[in-house]
Design a protein around this ligand. Structure first.
Ligand SMILES: [Zn+2]
Length: 526
């Protein structure tokens, strides 16, 4: 007969604080059986210690159950010991699905960081190797905290652990920091457009394919061209006309069929709308520059008018001028010929908002990404994923990328812009995960001997999910995982020893096992 779980209860006995899980099973088709009236009660006792503080899981103590704050909370919230408390009545499948999706994305990201560790281990960019594996304070345990939220908002995270803050090579840290940066930009955008009535268009700058030789050289040249676009003599004049207050620049990396490729997104904070700007352009008449375009300043424009040469002035709109100027700069710095139409593109409104929102939620790099849709272009995380899936060359490219981007910031705000827009200066290393809050409580502490095994089996993400699920569903996933892991590890060590002894045995000459054999050299001693 088929049964379904109709209710789950948990009860505490008064004398020992023993917990009893009861599952009531009812037949799937009640009319076919009388047992619908007599549901089967299936009691599975499980013991919790009544210790007042979090019990640490120690290597030597692994068979004991852990006593977690969660359990303590549940116990104290029971009306009286001995009463039956129904738990999880509002268990929501939908929320669990969201949680499961988030957990699987987190686990994929932890795996990408493990892959980056493997690739960068013996390089100068090996800072990522300590991420999520070493303790901050050596005399304290690593612990797992929970933010105390229920449902899909419930999050567990590690405490007293080093986070590498390598924004270019560690996707776990990149997500944490990018999410904070994204909020800062959103705040700056809102304040500037609403309170200061300014305009924030976004400039997207791309460079010619096959440009600039090595990635480092390409980066150097694109940054040089950008600097001139922001600050050379002519552009200073243009920016003054449109009232530029500052800019936030971000360089993004992809690798495509033509090799490394960088592009820049720059949010321009302008006092005037660039649509209202018409820039007076005329052609040089001096022999040396004859025929070349020049941007006129106010005085020069007035001179033309005064001399009756107004017809020689043409007025270029702002977007076209930037396109033209970026094209010119790319050639001048040695990047080659950019696309005049698409090299520099200005967008605004929803496009800017979606750029800002892009990094608010954690990046999810999945196997299902559509390579064709991206014309084979892969960002750094996709390169890591392809390496994970066996593409060795993707690993080589990732290492080149890591070297070129080392030490760089995700975003660069022009001087004074943060202060003007009331954004607090926070270094990457100081950015905490959003889930970390003062209300968070320690759920589990992990001693160093157990932690070493966690690291060995790369179970960091799995344990966080276990703690979240236990918190939500009153399960024992965490203890089960730890026990499973220890058992596996014991077996591994045992097998290692057996192998070692077999190896030693094989080294011993077989005649040593012969009792009748006497070594002549030994005889001579006596
Ligand atoms: Zn990291």
């Amino acid at each position: 007969m088929l049964f379904r779980v109709s209710r789950r209860y948990v009860a505490f006995t008064t004398s020992t604080y023993d917990r009893v899980d009861m599952t009531i099973l009812t037949p799937k088709n009640p009319s076919s059986s009388q047992s619908a009236l007599n549901p089967i009660i299936n009691c599975i006792p499980s013991v919790y210690y009544s210790s007042q503080k979090t019990k640490q899981i120690a290597f030597s103590d692994i068979n004991s159950q852990t006593f977690s704050h969660v359990c303590k909370e549940k116990m104290s919230s029971a009306h009286t010991l001995g009463t039956i408390t129904r738990f999880n009545s509002n268990f929501s499948t939908k929320k669990n699905k969201i949680t499961a999706k988030r957990q699987s994305a987190r686990s994929a990201n932890f795996k990408l960081t493990d892959t980056a560790k493997e690739l960068l281990e013996n390089t100068a960019q090996n800072r990522v190797c300590v991420c999520m594996s070493h303790r901050l304070k050596q005399d304290e345990n690593i612990s797992i905290k929970h933010n105390g939220q229920n449902g899909a908002d419930g999050r567990a995270y590690y405490s007293n652990i080093i986070q590498c803050s390598s924004v270019h090579t560690c996707i776990v840290c990149n997500n944490r920091i990018m999410s904070k940066r994204s909020k800062e930009i959103a705040q700056a955008y809102d304040y500037f457009t609403s309170s200061l009535h300014g305009f924030v268009p976004m400039l997207t700058l791309t460079i010619p394919h096959k440009a600039g030789g090595s990635l480092e050289k390409q980066l150097e040249l694109i940054n040089h061209a950008y600097k001139r676009l922001m600050d050379d003599r002519i552009m200073r004049q243009v920016w003054q006309i449109v009232g530029k207050v500052g800019a936030i620049k971000g360089v993004e990396y992809t690798h495509g069929k033509n090799g490394h490729h960088n592009h820049i997104h720059s949010l321009m904070f302008l006092e005037k709308s660039h649509h209202d700007i018409k820039l007076p352009i005329a052609r040089w008449t001096t022999p040396k520059r004859k025929g070349m375009l020049r941007l006129l300043n106010e005085k020069q424009e007035q001179d033309y008018i005064n001399k009756g040469l107004q017809a020689q002035i043409s007025y270029m709109n702002f977007d076209d001028f930037i396109k033209f100027y970026w094209f010119k700069l790319c050639r001048e710095v040695g990047l080659g010929t950019a696309s005049l139409e698409n090299g520099a593109v200005i967008t605004e409104g929803d496009n800017v908002k979606s750029y800002i929102a892009k990094h608010k939620s954690a990046q999810e790099i999945t196997n299902s990404r559509d390579k064709k849709a991206k014309h084979g272009n892969r960002n750094q995380w996709e390169l890591l994923l392809d390496y994970q899936n066996g593409d060795k060359h993707a690993g080589v490219i990732f290492k080149e990328y890591a070297q070129a981007f080392a030490g760089g910031k995700l975003l660069r705000w022009s001087n004074g812009l943060k202060k003007l827009l009331l954004i607090e200066e926070i270094e990457d290393e100081e950015v905490q995960a959003e889930d970390e809050s003062t209300e968070s409580q320690v759920i589990q502490e992990i001693t160093i001997d157990v932690w070493n095994i966690v690291k060995h089996y790369k179970l960091q993400a799995r344990l966080l999910s276990a703690v979240e699920n236990d918190y939500q569903n009153n399960t024992d996933e965490f203890s089960t995982e730890i026990r499973k892991m220890i058992k596996k590890n014991d077996k591994r060590i045992e097998e290692k020893f057996i192998k070692m002894y077999q190896h030693i045995e094989n080294l011993v000459p077989p005649h040593w096992f012969n009792d009748h054999y006497q070594d002549p050299s030994i005889q001579s001693v006596y």
